[in-house]
Design a protein around this ligand. Structure first.
Ligand code: OAD
Length: 265
């Protein structure tokens, strides 16, 4: 199981050949893919969100019911941050991959919408989206403002808007702890994991299930699994290839090396 650090290019020729000839590529991304856009990850030791904030107070249905303004304000702060960020070369490279392989399924745990902004046409958002809030009571979608809101402070409370249909409180469109993933999205992701022949696992600690199951499912069906991460994760011992480096370093370089004639970037 080769480990290639970003500094020791070129990448293994077997990996490049597999990528060039793959039939169905699955890309699974986590918070690390957006880190170089300026969006904090969850479990980074220094500034990870779950080191600075308590998920039990912000990311559960109970938390929202207890203090809707605290929870809504925090998610509006995050949504505002994201609207001020831009996709980075990793998002662009993943979008470019879709033109180079016969079939690509992009599955993300991220809720930031940066893959779509980089041009990836269809994204399976396992954990929902900051940009699709909906009514807690009747499920009616709420269209958020398309610009950063005035929540400048990360702890600021902000009462949620009311549903135009039933007057219930609008909740963030993300999946909280204790909630099920959207069924159709999960089914499509799992089907892709069973069918694909190559998986790129990018910027995820691979600790949160069921998302972390997807590369294991693909491995068990004989797919090649490539881990792209500057740090170790539990997947390291299982991955077929490990590319040590940040997503914005590794992914564009991988596309350039696999398709040198196309001149990416
Ligand atoms: P984590 O914060 O758990 O992990 C981020 C991973 O990205 C780590 O393995 C880092 O080493 C890696 N990383 C950091 N910077 C990177 C970079 N520039 N390029 C590539 N990799 C980098 O985030 P997730 O695995 O996405 O769920 O977390 C999974 C879920 O846990 C999230 O979707 C969220 C959270 O609770 C919900 O909110 C439902």
């Amino acid at each position: 199981m080769p480990t290639t650090s970003h500094k020791t290019e070129p990448y293994p020729s077997e990996l490049l050949a597999r990528l060039r000839t793959c039939r169905h590529l699955l890309v699974l991304t986590g918070a690390g893919v957006s880190q170089e856009s300026g969006i904090p990850t969850f479990r980074d030791a220094l500034n990870g969100l779950w080191g600075r904030f308590d998920p039990a107070q912000l990311a559960t249905q109970e938390a929202f019911d207890a203090d809707p303004a605290l929870v809504w304000g925090w998610y509006e702060w995050r949504r505002s941050q994201v609207l001020l960020c831009e996709p980075n070369p990793a998002h662009w490279a993943i979008a470019a991959l879709a033109d180079r392989v016969p079939r690509l399924t992009l599955v993300t745990q991220n809720v930031d919408g940066l893959h779509q902004r980089a041009g990836s046409p269809s994204v399976l958002e396992l954990h929902g989206s900051l940009h699709r809030p909906y009514c807690r009571d009747c499920g009616h979608p709420h269209v958020p403002a398309d610009r950063p809101c005035d929540v400048a402070l990360e702890g600021a409370s902000l009462p949620p808007p009311r549903c135009e249909r039933c007057r219930g409180p609008i909740r963030p469109g993300v999946v909280w702890f204790g909630e099920a993933l959207p069924r159709d999205v999960w089914d499509a992701a799992e089907t892709a994991a069973r069918d694909c022949d190559l998986v790129l696992v990018v910027g995820t600690s691979a600790l949160v299930y069921p998302a972390a199951e997807l590369p294991l499912t693909a491995l068990a069906r004989g797919a090649v699994v490539v881990q792209i991460n500057p740090d170790r994760t539990d997947l390291d011992d299982l991955a077929t290839f490990r590319l040590r480096g940040t997503a914005a370093q590794v992914l564009p370089e991988l596309v350039r090396q696999a398709w040198p004639e196309a001149g990416f970037g």
